[in-house]
Design a protein around this ligand. Structure first.
Ligand SMILES: [Zn+2]
Length: 175
């Protein structure tokens, strides 16, 4: 379903045809009163630096397939952000996180298979072990170590990630 501004064509509870505008939050079915809040989805990403270079993942899938990303993903129900980050780095790169510190957050919109997920992206700086033996899997096809001094944020495919890397590079440069 394209993001045409309507989320539901039918009420998920009673099946009545409805017109649910994107701005309607919560969605409330006029027929049965079923109500659903469109909360944001939480997503996490890792800022990993080794010898002044930033670890970037090459995205396998759209949106922004082939472009750079920070490793990470959606937080599963019941997980903390730190647990989600540890799981995603293990799944995508085979890496173990040994430290995890809050850096910044940024709202984002993430189109996936016809739906647009509104997210709150949470960035953490991390220390990892074994960066010589990174094994790309899942939705990562390759990695790059990016020289922070020569980095162009436009290499990164998602707006929130461009914000994080821009801010982090500025911080590292003492700006
Ligand atoms: Zn209903």
């Amino acid at each position: 379903m394209p993001d045409d501004g309507y989320i539901f064509s039918f009420c998920p509870a009673c099946g009545r045809r409805v017109r649910s505008a994107k701005a309607d939050n919560p969605f409330r079915c006029p027929a049965c009163g079923f109500t659903i809040y469109r909360n944001v989805a939480a997503a996490v990403c890792a800022i990993v630096v080794r010898k002044q270079k930033l670890l970037a993942a090459v995205r396998k899938h759209d949106p922004a397939a082939g472009m750079l990303d920070l490793p990470g993903g959606f937080v599963d129900p019941g997980e903390s952000a730190e647990q989600a980050l540890a799981r995603e780095l293990k799944e995508e790169l085979g890496l173990e996180i040994s430290d995890c510190r809050y850096f910044a957050t940024c709202p984002n919109e993430y189109p996936c298979r016809g739906l647009v997920y509104r997210t709150l992206d949470l960035a953490f700086t991390c220390t990892v072990k074994g960066t010589d033996n990174i094994a790309c899997a899942d939705d990562v096809v390759d990695i790059r170590w990016i020289d922070l001094g020569r980095m162009d944020p436009a290499w990164f495919g998602l707006e929130s990630i461009r914000y994080f890397v821009t801010r982090f590079a500025a911080m590292m440069a003492g700006k």
